[in-house]
Write a protein that binds this ligand. Structure first.
Ligand code: AHG
Ligand code: MN
Ligand code: MN
Length: 334
């Protein structure tokens, strides 16, 4: 059986479906290559001196791990020179990163969470990388895109591609360019991502939820109600038992949901008043992937992909996964 590499998958989407152009294809391949480099750095761990804190804080006031900084650098260096980008934005950088003047510029904007699940690095639990691609909306004189912060503030529904890598027992890449969500497995000997999970579908029903229960006392009533009903199991209104998982790496939790269904929630609460996860680097790309796999994603009251961002580092409440459960939670918010 001939194996479909990421390269072939993308070429076919360019040639047969005209879903992507050559610039976007190069962009996705470059991000995938950067993910392979990050995967290697994660795998080497302490042998390469990659564990522990970098001794710096990021724009959100979070302590940066060495791998947060390294992954950010890998993604920047890989993507700067291709001529397909107008600018890059990262969870780890306060302002957008312009393309150095000695490189040509292109029409796309790349956003990423270079290393998701930082708290899991030193304890050897799966981490990952999340990315989102937008088109630069403002073309100035001479055809160049004016890639200021404003240019990035587009609703998630305008994304032209999104994906994430998870560095787990296997390194996987999940990608969407708008025709379904597809999973690729890294073949380390060949150095290629191979299509192993085409057209992923999330079951519409589930008996598994993912939430950080330590925040329970601070939740809003609709979320409290939903989880209480799950916990009541066969003796409650749901009439069935629920299981719980919380990896604390969104990439791993979402990957599990893509594989066997489930609902993932990081709601707003009394402490995280706007939620904890970032709209541009986490919620939007994951919502695009989840919707393309037949799931749903909301902040409780609105579809996440419809939100008009107000800031690059804006946080948001996230409820995503199996459609019927997400709709139930949204219903409790009404
Ligand atoms: P990051 O490591 O990029 O800051 O993201 C961590 C996120 C997400 O991956 C995870 O679901 C959540 O934060 C975990 O939060 P808690 O530590 O509150 O469980
Ligand atoms: Mn993250
Ligand atoms: Mn991160």
């Amino acid at each position: 059986m001939s194996r479909i590499t990421l390269t072939r998958f993308l070429i076919e989407r360019q040639r047969n479906k005209q879903l992507i152009n050559a610039d976007l294809r190069l962009l996705i391949e470059t991000v995938a290559r950067a993910c392979k480099a990050i995967s290697n750095a994660v795998t080497k761990g302490a042998l390469a001196g990659n564990l522990g804190s970098a001794g710096t804080d990021n724009v959100q006031g979070e302590v940066q791990k060495k791998l947060d900084v390294l992954s950010n650098e890998i993604l920047l260096e890989a993507n700067e020179w291709g001529g397909n980008l107008a600018a890059l934005a990262s969870e780890e950088m306060e302002t957008p990163h312009p393309i150095p003047t000695h490189f040509p510029k292109g029409e796309y904007l790349l956003l990423f969470d270079p290393l998701d699940g930082s708290s899991n690095i030193d304890v050897n639990v799966s981490v990952g990388t999340i990315f989102s691609v937008l088109r630069c909306p403002k073309v100035a004189d001479g055809g160049y895109c004016e890639a200021d912060e404003q240019a990035f503030l587009q609703p998630g529904s305008t994304q032209v591609a999104a994906g994430f890598a998870v560095y787990g027992p296997t390194t996987m890449l999940v990608l969407t360019v708008g025709d379904g969500s597809h999973g690729f497995t890294l073949d380390r000997e060949m150095g290629s991502f191979i299509l192993t999970h085409p057209d992923i579908r999330i079951p519409e029903d589930t008996q598994e939820f993912a939430i950080n229960m330590s925040n329970m006392r601070r939740w809003e009533p609709p979320v409290k109600r939903y989880i209480d009903e799950c916990l009541a199991g066969t003796s409650g209104v749901r009439g069935k038992d629920f299981n719980m998982r919380w990896v604390a790496s969104m990439v791993a939790d979402v990957y599990r949901i893509l594989t066997r269904g489930g609902i993932f929630m990081y709601p707003r609460d009394e402490k995280n008043k706007s939620g904890r996860l970032r709209l541009m680097y986490e919620a939007n790309p994951m919502s695009f992937i989840v919707e393309q796999a037949g799931g749903a994603a909301t902040n409780g009251s609105d579809r996440l992909l419809d939100l008009k961002p107000e800031g690059l580092h804006q946080r948001v409440a996230v409820v995503l996964g199996s459609k019927n459960e997400v709709e139930r939670v949204a219903g409790y918010h009404k």
